[in-house]
Ligand binder design. Structure first.
Ligand code: SAH
Ligand code: SF4
Ligand code: F3S
Length: 464
């Protein structure tokens, strides 16, 4: 069989972008990407283990595909479940040949050589203490309109519930010069939107000592051709006011901050080892709310952490009212292997978690319904993200605040290209989207970006 690969990706944007780098590395090594598992000589699963018995799901999937082994296919499990379960994967799924966590991707070319030499058990599991980052100029940019750049890998926070420090290893930043060089390459490819990535972007420490996170953010915004800069995720502990000031002053920096709070109760935050209190968090929210630009705030919340009382949960609900989030990702606490919280007493029964999550979502929906009304009649600049009409005859894009905007256009006008910008007059408000009509013609996306999209279109459906 020729050297072809199929990759499937689960998890966060960091993982999605890791897959772009892995794909680039494989293409560089002479492999060809295919969209059907049946055509692949190498099948890769880039896995996530953040919640919900993720490892069982991976084993189940591997079981299902075991029958393909007979056709001479090789299997690789990479990402967070690979790092977490390690060589246990070979025991449970003997048809797997390669198991590697994200800290080891730098060594992928060597691992691929060993795979081709016929080795049956190849691991990349021992690099979590590294200071090195996975920088590659061969990233396959599969996203049709957004260029991702990892600025910091790993996490040193060790929140009591979270697997990430164990699966992604030690926190390590790239030099600002290498980040800026990548931003320039992305701009030359025709991308106008960049998203800086890290489990904690504001823990960023430039190894060359030149720039802090806010300076780096501003510098990326100055790269010619770049019109939107986003970043995710921020940790409240190291969230500094200069980030808010940079956004307030520079329209190129998107007016959106994702600041996960996890709980509105200082007691629960302490048990979670988040290292801040409700008051500390609300002070950061107050900075954002006082900015001269309307900056959208979103968050993540875990309900049902061990020991969470009715009063603690009530504190989370009142925090929603204070922060007036534009979007909340709510999760039921899920006990994870290796984390301290798995040994904590006072587990919350599943039905209480379900109920609390429902209450949280219902309250947040009301808040969004009221709070989105501020956009009525606004002229909002939208970047087109889907140019096939939805059943209501609308195209879809996103505002700088990261809100979904569905819009109609005058009949007879060509569909706007993905990645192009236009102004939309908002005339309808929904709890999690806005709708309106195009008030300008799209500003054309660059030919380089359109060529890139055509090249990648076949594979984007494979990204999870
Ligand atoms: N680095 C980011 C979070 C990455 S994980 C941060 O610190 O904010 C994304 C989200 O998944 C977290 O914000 C948290 O809300 C949720 N999460 C992580 N571990 C979880 C667990 N064990 N159970 C439920 N939700 C969890
Ligand atoms: Fe997990 Fe906490 Fe690190 Fe975020 S900061 S990745 S929640 S340990
Ligand atoms: Fe999942 Fe790993 Fe991301 S656990 S959320 S893929 S860091």
């Amino acid at each position: 069989m020729s050297r072809t690969f199929y990759i499937e990706t689960f998890g966060c944007q960091m993982n999605a972008h890791d897959s772009e780098k892995v794909v680039g590395t494989l293409l560089q090594e002479g492999y060809t990407q295919v969209i059907d598992e049946a055509d692949a000589s190498l099948i890769l699963y880039n896995t996530c283990s953040i919640r919900d018995k993720a490892e069982q799901k991976v084993f189940h999937r591997l079981d299902v595909y075991k029958r393909l082994q007979g056709e001479g296919k090789r299997f690789a499990v990479i990402g967070c479940v690979a790092q977490q379960e390690g060589t246990k994967i070979f025991d449970r799924a003997p048809h797997v040949t390669l198991v590697a966590g994200s800290s080891s991707y730098r060594n992928l070319p060597q691992m691929l050589d060993r795979l081709e030499a016929g080795e049956k058990r190849i691991t990349g599991l021992d690099d979590r203490d590294t200071d090195e980052t996975f920088d590659t100029e061969f990233t396959a940019r599969n996203n049709p309109h957004r260029g991702y750049i990892t600025i910091i890998e790993g996490c040193d926070k060790f929140c009591a519930y979270c697997v990430v420090p164990y699966t992604r290893g030690k926190e390590r930043s790239r030099t600002s010069a290498s980040v800026l060089a990548e931003a320039q390459r992305i701009a030359q490819m025709g991308y106008t939107e960049i998203q800086l990535l890290g489990q904690n972007v504001n823990s960023y420490v430039d190894p060359s000592g030149k720039r802090n996170f806010a300076d780096l953010l501003s510098a990326v915004g100055e790269v010619p051709g770049i019109q939107r800069v986003r970043f995710t995720t921020s940790h409240p502990r190291q969230f500094t006011k200069d980030i808010v000031d940079a956004i307030a002053e520079r329209p190129v920096l998107c007016d959106h901050i994702h600041l996960p709070v996890q709980s509105g109760s200082s007691n629960v935050l302490k048990a979670m080892q988040r290292e801040y209190t409700r008051e500390w968090y609300l002070e950061r929210i107050a900075w954002i709310q006082a900015a001269k630009r309307d900056i959208s705030i979103t968050t993540d919340i875990i309900v049902g952490f061990p020991g969470e009382t009715d009063k603690d949960f009530e504190d989370t609900i009142t925090l929603l009212d204070a922060a007036k989030y534009d979007s909340v990702f709510g999760f039921k606490y899920s006990p994870r292997p290796n984390t301290p919280a798995i040994h904590m007493h006072d587990a919350i029964p599943e039905e209480v978690k379900v109920e609390r999550l429902a209450i949280l979502n219902a309250r947040q929906r009301e808040i969004q319904r009221e709070h989105y009304a501020r956009h009525m009649d606004e002229l909002v600049e939208v970047m087109v993200e889907s140019n096939t009409l939805n059943p209501r005859g609308q195209f879809t894009g996103r505002s700088s605040q990261n809100k979904t905007v569905n819009f109609t256009m005058e009949p007879g006008i060509e569909p706007p290209p993905m990645g192009s910008y236009l102004d939309v007059r908002i005339d309808k408000i929904f709890p999690s989207s806005l709708a309106g009509f195009a008030a300008s013609r799209p500003k054309a996306a660059s030919p380089a970006l359109l060529a890139q999209q055509a090249l990648n279109a076949r594979f984007t459906s494979a990204a999870g």
